[in-house]
Design a protein around this ligand. Structure first.
Ligand SMILES: [Mg+2]
Length: 233
């Protein structure tokens, strides 16, 4: 029996970054805010580092502590602590620096139609968020649309691993084919969805060709409103 049937879908899970908003501008603004915080609070760091070299510093930390790599928050905190220590500041400042970054990172601009889509789907489906990032849905103002929110961390490895999907199926008490995962990334979202045996929808807003070496998604949409049309009951 083929399990790519819209009628079986009871829940829709969403990737967040680049599926509900553009990620890059928010991260860029957040890096700037954090750099500004360093300038004000830990100036010895910015005397020695540019924004770019701080990014390389964080990449080095990620390489040095592979056990943290699946959790963007843990990696950033480890990098902040290492910097503070190296430049003779109290590591307890890491929390404050992270808060500055995190606040700016959550100032995202939702795509056109995102709220309308979530409000509509909410009436007929359970909704969950499954993200490899660390966006704060409460700060963004859309947490109430989701029954569950899963973010990769030290216990839940990032997509394409199946852990977050499996936790979601358990929490919703639904079989895999009752889930539709929507996301922009062919590897993490569609590959992860296939790994977990859920149905998949590729959000392809830039009309890119599907990477032929990967297993194709069950469905594809170029606009969020197409997802509404597809899931109308
Ligand atoms: Mg994404």
């Amino acid at each position: 029996m083929k399990h790519n049937n819209m009628a079986m879908i009871k829940a829709v899970t969403f990737d967040l970054d680049d599926t509900l908003w553009d990620c890059a501008p928010a991260i860029e603004a957040a890096e700037k805010a954090l750099y500004g915080w360093h300038q004000a609070v830990t100036p010895r760091v910015t005397e020695a580092h540019t924004e770019q070299s701080l990014q390389r510093y964080r990449n080095d930390i990620r390489a040095k502590y592979p056990e943290l790599a699946g959790c963007v928050t843990a990696t950033r905190m480890a990098s902040l602590r290492a910097l503070l220590l190296e430049f003779g500041y109290s590591v307890s400042l890491a929390e404050e620096g992270f808060t500055v970054f995190y606040k700016a990172r959550s100032e995202v601009e939702l795509y056109d139609g995102a709220i309308e889509m979530l409000s509509f789907l909410r009436q007929n489906y359970r909704l969950a968020a499954i993200t490899n990032g660390n966006a704060d849905l409460q700060a963004i103002g859309i947490s109430d649309y989701f029954d569950f929110i899963y973010a990769a961390d030290l216990t839940l490895p990032p997509k394409p691993a199946t852990a977050m999907f499996e936790r979601c199926m358990k929490d919703l008490d639904l079989p895999s084919h009752a889930l539709l995962h929507v996301g922009d990334n062919p590897v993490t979202d569609i590959g992860g969805g296939h790994n977990a045996n859920v149905q998949t929808l590729w959000f392809n807003q830039y009309n890119e060709p599907w990477p032929e070496h990967l297993k194709a998604p069950h469905f594809e949409a170029g606009e969020l409103s197409d997802i509404v049309a597809l899931l109308k009951k």
